[in-house]
Design a protein around this ligand. Structure first.
Ligand SMILES: O=C(O)c1ccccc1NCC(=O)[C@H](O)[C@H](O)COP(=O)(O)O
Length: 207
């Protein structure tokens, strides 16, 4: 199971969280987010084994490619209304690891999935919110029973200590990871390392 911790930006915090044995770390490049990175966070600040994912919202290909270069990113998460063709363009420009977040509130929101199959590497199924992400709120995971696509997905949106029991019960053949963010924060962009550690211990049977 892939563990992604999103919304990182403080060097010491990045180092500590990387040592928890997680697989992906998300850096937000969306100016309106309280977690938006404010300066280049260099590779040496994170463990080499952690994939560095830039999270973008309706940004341009050129800016995304520039950030990949400036911030040593290994992958990109698109968290806006980016169409499949936009994802194809990023792939054509050498983006190896591409995650497409889809805001989910009802079964209707899953209809678009098929158009991304074979283009993106993972979906991130997140809670629908006007701010795009980082809401700390869960959506109804029952909706995902209707997801019959081939692209594997990370479950996202309000995951925290309060819903570990539901998480341990959750099952889906394409489920491959969890995305953790605001429920582990002491301040926007700063994670509670002890709480994350406790959480990963609590859900260890699915990891
Ligand atoms: O976290 C943000 O502030 C954010 C803002 C705009 C777009 C995406 C954002 N986060 C992306 C993520 O992958 C989050 O982990 C995801 O939305 C879940 O967040 P949370 O509900 O706080 O667990």
């Amino acid at each position: 199971m892939i563990v992604k911790v999103c919304g990182m930006r403080d060097a010491d915090n990045i180092r500590q969280v990387a040592q928890l044995g997680i697989h992906m770390m998300g850096f937000i490049f969306y100016q309106k987010s309280p977690r938006c990175v404010s300066r280049p966070v260099s590779r040496c600040e994170a463990d080499a084994g952690v994939e560095r994912i830039g999270v973008f919202v309706n940004d341009s290909v050129m800016h995304i490619l520039q950030c990949i270069n400036d911030y040593n990113l290994n992958g990109v998460q698109l968290h806006g209304q980016e169409p499949p063709e936009f994802c194809r363009q990023l792939k054509a420009n050498g983006v190896e690891l591409l995650l497409k977040a889809l805001s989910v509130a009802s079964v209707n929101d899953l209809k678009q999935c098929g158009a991304y199959d074979g283009i993106v590497d993972y979906f991130v199924f997140d809670t629908k919110t006007p701010d795009y992400g980082g809401s700390g709120k869960c959506f109804d995971w029952e909706v995902l029973r209707h997801y019959k696509g081939t692209t594997p997905f990370l479950l996202s949106g309000g995951l925290g200590m309060h819903n570990t029991e539901e998480l341990l019960r959750f099952q889906h053949p394409r489920w491959c990871g969890i995305d953790l963010n605001s429920c582990f924060e002491v301040a926007p962009g700063h994670k509670d390392v002890a709480l994350l550690k406790q959480y990963l211990q609590t859900v260890r049977e699915i990891l």
